[in-house]
Ligand binder design. Structure first.
Ligand SMILES: Nc1ncnc2c1ncn2[C@@H]1O[C@H](COP(=O)(O)OP(=O)(O)OP(=O)(O)O)[C@@H](O)[C@H]1O
Length: 318
């Protein structure tokens, strides 16, 4: 397509990016890469610098230093950007009396796209029946769909969404999740920001976690999950005997909890039960404590700038 001058990959690269607003350093030496064919969650608490980073990526804010590229090019050299990257940022506003269809036609015309594309996009985002209604009367969920439709007009290779679940009902969230997945499955790139890991956990394959304007972790969500080792909580008749038997089997990361149970890290219920049986120790109760991703996310993001834990998890840290 005309204007699509790029390396063809759909890759997003953020390199040594820094943005200062007067005394506030919103983003500090941030580096990460977003690969095509996957949904990447861009995560961090409120004020972490997510929106500022996305605005720099989209050419809306000038970096103090460092830079960003999409398809190997900075935003202002993308030619016809609508065909490369579509974005839904926070606080989208529409002309209140203009219909959804008229709104999309307006943007399509500006990007040199035919009205036919507007009809395709209305179908894509499920707004066909509401197409002639005024955007001012739309619910928040419908406005989000319209914003997404606007972003998709140029059939972009890369989709950037800033906290898109805000204000969506469960049905809308489920729909968006399916949409993002299928978009990425076709080999395209999705970067979606959120301040809640739980919100995107079921959607994303990769995560970039930032806090205080710095990268805390970058890599597959699965690696992060794996790095959080689960624990078996066990109530034995004879704690001393079980601790000794576990140690003999190489399980030495064992602690005694306040309620008298043992917490065995790095094992699973079947292994602990087998060891107890072989040692002749009766077990009164046992339970596996699931890896708590949210707790890890909070740990990762609670550090101040300069206290990053990057490098400590899963080997994919930036
Ligand atoms: N135009 C601006 N002028 C001054 N400070 C700003 C400006 N934009 C952002 N900041 C500051 O930069 C920091 C990062 O803000 P940013 O909006 O990028 O974070 P965020 O991770 O997107 O948070 P949220 O989820 O709350 O939107 C904050 O301290 C914010 O107050």
């Amino acid at each position: 397509m005309e204007g699509r001058v790029h390396d063809g990959t759909g890759r997003i690269v953020v390199q040594d990016l820094t943005k200062r607003f007067g005394p506030v350093t919103a983003v500090q030496n941030l580096s990460f890469t977003v690969e095509p064919g996957s949904v990447t969650g861009f995560l961090g608490p409120n004020g972490a610098g997510k929106t500022t980073t996305l605005r720099m990526l989209l050419g809306l804010v000038r970096p103090s230093s460092g830079g960003t590229t999409i398809n190997g090019l900075p935003f202002d050299r993308l030619g016809n950007p609508a065909t490369v990257v579509g974005a839904v940022l926070e606080a989208q506003s529409f002309h209140p009396t203009r219909s959804a269809r008229a709104h999309l036609r307006c943007y399509a015309a500006a990007a040199g796209l035919p009205d036919e594309r507007v009809e395709q996009v209305l179908t894509l985002v499920g707004l066909t029946t509401a197409a002639n209604r005024r955007a001012g009367e739309f619910s928040l969920g419908m406005r989000q769909r319209l914003a997404l439709g606007t972003a998709l007009l140029g059939d972009p290779q890369v989709l950037v969404l800033d906290e898109p679940s805000n204000g969506l009902d469960p049905e809308g969230i489920a729909w968006l999740r399916t949409f993002m997945r299928s978009f990425a499955r076709g080999g395209r790139t999705v970067l979606v920001s959120s301040h809640l890991l739980a919100e995107v956990e079921q959607t994303v394959d990769q995560v970039v976690i930032i806090s205080g304007g710095q990268t805390r972790y970058q890599g597959p969500l699965e690696d992060l999950r794996r790095s959080q080792r689960s624990r078996v909580l066990v109530q034995p008749a004879d704690a001393h005997a079980l601790v000794a038997a576990l140690a003999e089997a190489g399980l030495t990361d064992v602690e005694t909890l306040e309620d008298g149970r043992l917490g065995v890290t790095g094992s699973h219920t079947k292994q602990v039960a087998d060891i107890a049986l072989a040692a002749g120790v009766a077990i009164y109760g046992m339970q596996e404590e699931q890896a708590d991703l949210e707790r890890m996310f909070l740990q990762l993001t609670s550090g101040e700038p300069g206290q990053g834990q990057a490098g400590g998890f899963g080997g994919g840290a930036a």
